[in-house]
Design a protein around this ligand. Structure first.
Ligand code: IVH
Length: 717
């Protein structure tokens, strides 16, 4: 259809719609060829002509712009065609604090962990938190070799060609740079460039971009580096990844080296020595925020000395030595049009506010969470007042708040603006999806009604089933590319046995069922041959699955990613885990004690897992799943050669050389498991002065015991 096209002006709407549909799939096809393999079927010029034609049609018929339009590809859906890069060191995220008090608590926690008295001896840096995309740029022998996005923190996308077009990023480093160095920082779009781009879009009659961050992300994560170049992205360097020889002793020193090598570094970064100075810098940066030509959403604090950073180490996803102090949330007023009830994976009924669209801090908000029944009523479950006991009614004027990435919420209403006839909201007593009773369970410990209302329908409830599937395929679970919310809804609703997916194991039988069927997925609107093949590949790739991902994917209540990792590490294999959970159903059993002894697993979590494994329907699904997938034995943390890898250690009594937290963190970093109580499975008990019953028990069981110095000698200082 590339020849002999009619002039756009002469097309009818129907013709235009048909041509736009054809162009969308044609361009997607060429995109796939171009990026998948170096096997394009058409020249760049022909490809550009297709895109131009698509643009021209969209300008003339703006209401026909398709959801999958090639023109939206930039700044919208990321393309899955970049190759993957495994980060030499994980790219972590940061914890957040939201007030001066929390910020000083962060500093106090650093002192506590290190066991240093708070005498202002620890220097910290304070620097703007740039609202862009984090990027790792690797140089080998002083030449830029790979640039990668953060991705899931472990694996990112290879966007080297695009990053090479950013003028701020040097392609070579001077001779004093080490052989291997990974410079990390933020790619962003200047506010002024964003406004200019949108002015151009408006003049061209094209849809506008939402904000600089998304536009920067879209500009980078698309496949034509020429487009990236045209977008004039910028870069700030602020952190170090892998490096073959030390650059400096401090964060401050590292950034100075970056600056000397020609990287832009943020001029508002400061080194401070007290909480007072830290907060002063936070407020100074906040005051300048509006005048900066780039978006920032807070101030990042980092312990300056790298040796202290090392000692502080990491929690599961974020360092203990840094945090982000966020700027206050942005608020706006709008009208509450209605309240919908969403049913989640665990049956929780969450009320969602439907709002008259309103821009809050640069983002259009149409929905906001209302949390639960009590929150709407304005009275908490201990009888305490929320918003001075003002309830929320449909039709009210409400204050909407958005902070960072969190879901917008309604923080208050404007009582003077309430209509006389407004009725209190009545929270449903039944599940709006399956009609089962919805109840507020009574907390055994407190005797109070839980604030969450839950559907009792379990497996019967379609909403729970569908949400469960979405959780199963989500990023930190099975992470099946091409199987997102939209696709799950489609497969779940399908009545065709060759296409239906209602439970997780059916994901893995889809391919087989399709082969045997005449109704083909690739003929379904929105799929197509290329995406179907990709989907099968993505599914196949997950038949070997990390144990912690499998455990997390099961969707057991209270078992988040961190708990799943703890379980995987403790039990090692899926068989051992399941056997352990079944055995733990016996109250007082050794298995139950063991489960509870895992540091970080409390009784509520333990009980929830055991309950899950008591339910025959859960077991049936798990068995089917295990017929399809192969859970991998849990990786022991990279600690080969560590004398304590895989050992279970209990610390008891007081420690004198380091705090309990630091001792635990170091032991874990060396691959040991740290338990809270002594059992037959304990390998080593480290007892300090004042050790009591745990030490007695260890002796009784004939376990290896040692004092702190012996422990330090064992782990090498
Ligand atoms: S340091 C281990 N410094 O914030 C800490 N991050 O929530 C590594 N960010 O993914 C990050 N400005 O994209 C650091 N001055 C700054 C930052 C910054 C923005 C982003 C970064 C990271 C996210 C963490």
């Amino acid at each position: 259809m590339s020849n002999e096209k009619l002039p756009v002006e002469t097309l009818t709407e129907l013709e235009a719609a048909a041509e736009l549909a054809a162009l969308a799939s044609e361009i997607a096809h060429h995109d796939a060829l171009y990026h998948g393999k170096d096997a394009p079927e058409i020249s760049d010029a022909e490809y550009d002509a297709l895109k131009k034609r698509n643009d021209a049609l969209e300008v003339r018929f703006p209401h026909l712009v398709r959801a999958d339009s090639p023109s939206k590809r930039v700044g919208a859906t990321p393309l899955a065609t970049f190759s993957a890069v495994t980060h030499a060191r994980p790219m972590l995220s940061l914890d957040n604090v939201f007030s001066d008090e929390e910020a000083s608590e962060f500093v106090a926690s650093v002192y506590r962990f290190l066991g240093v008295l708070p005498d202002d001896s620890i220097a910290l840096t304070a620097e703007p938190k740039i609202d862009g995309l984090s990027m790792s740029i690797r140089y080998e022998k002083r030449r830029l070799t790979v640039a990668a996005t953060r991705g899931d923190g472990t694996t990112g996308e290879n966007v080297t060609a695009n990053v090479m077009t950013i003028a701020d990023v040097p392609h070579t480093l001077p001779s004093d740079a080490p052989d291997v160095v990974e410079v990390r920082g933020e790619v962003y779009m200047a506010k002024s460039d964003f406004l200019a781009l949108n002015a151009q879009m408006e003049a061209d009659g094209k849809p506008l971009y939402v904000n600089p961050r998304n536009t920067a992300s879209g500009s980078l994560r698309q496949l034509d580096a020429k487009v990236t170049a045209a977008r004039r992205l910028k870069f700030f360097a602020y952190a170090l990844g892998e490096v073959s020889e030390p650059l400096a002793d401090t964060q401050w020193g590292i950034v100075q080296r970056f600056r000397d090598w020609g990287f832009p570094v943020n001029p508002l970064m400061a080194r401070v020595h007290s909480v007072a100075e830290l907060l002063a810098q936070y407020h100074r940066i906040g005051d300048e925020r509006a005048d900066l030509d780039y978006d920032i959403d807070g101030v990042v604090y980092k312990v300056d000395r790298l040796d202290l950073q090392e000692r502080l180490g990491f929690r599961s996803r974020s360092p203990r030595w840094a945090t982000a102090h966020k700027f206050p949330a942005e608020q706006a007023m709008t009208r509450l049009l209605g309240i919908d009830i969403q049913v989640g994976r665990t049956g929780a009924l969450t009320p969602v506010a439907r709002l008259e669209p309103i821009t809050v801090g640069g983002v259009v908000v149409t929905n906001a969470t209302l949390h639960n029944e009590d929150y709407i009523k304005g009275i908490g479950n201990s009888g305490e007042a929320i918003r001075e006991a003002r309830d929320i009614r449909v039709g009210d004027w409400v204050i909407v708040q958005r902070a960072g990435d969190v879901i917008p919420q309604i923080v208050d209403i404007v009582p003077e603006k309430r209509d006389a006839g407004a009725e209190p909201y009545v929270f449903p007593k039944t599940c709006p999806v399956c009609g089962s009773h919805a109840v507020r369970e009574v907390n055994e410990k407190t005797g109070k009604a839980d604030s969450v209302t839950r559907c009792t329908g379990g497996f019967v409830c379609r909403a729970q089933a569908v949400e469960h599937l979405k959780h199963f395929v989500s990023r930190n679970a099975f992470d099946i590319e091409g199987l997102g919310t939209k696709q799950i809804d489609f497969f779940f609703e399908s009545e065709d046995p060759a296409m239906q997916i209602r439970t997780a194991p059916e994901i893995f039988t889809l391919g087989q069922r399709q082969q045997a069927s005449l109704t083909k997925l690739e003929n379904v609107d929105g799929f197509g041959r290329v995406s179907v093949t990709k989907l099968y590949d993505a599914i196949e790739a997950r038949r070997d699955i990390a144990l912690h991902r499998l455990i997390f994917a099961l969707g057991i209540r209270h078992v988040g990613e961190t708990t799943a990792k703890l379980l995987a590490r403790s039990y090692g294999t899926y068989e051992a885990f399941e056997a352990g959970m079944k055995a733990a159903a016996e109250p007082g059993s050794e298995a139950w004690t063991e489960l509870n002894a895992i540091d970080g697993i409390g009784e509520v979590v333990a009980r929830s897992i055991v309950e899950f494994y008591k339910e025959p329907r859960n077991l049936a699904v798990v068995d089917k799943l295990l017929a399809e997938v192969r859970p991998q034995a849990a990786e022991q943390p990279k600690s080969e050669g560590s004398p304590v890898a895989g050992k279970t250690v209990v610390f008891t009594g007081s420690l004198e050389k380091m705090t309990r937290d630091e001792a635990k963190a170091r032991a874990e970093a060396l691959g040991a498991k740290v338990a809270g109580s002594v059992s037959k499975k304990t390998d080593i008990v480290v007892a300090g002065p004042g050790a009591g019953s745990k030490l007695d028990k260890a002796r009784e069981l004939g376990l290896q015991t040692m004092d702190e110095d012996e422990w330090l000698a064992l782990i090498g200082g």
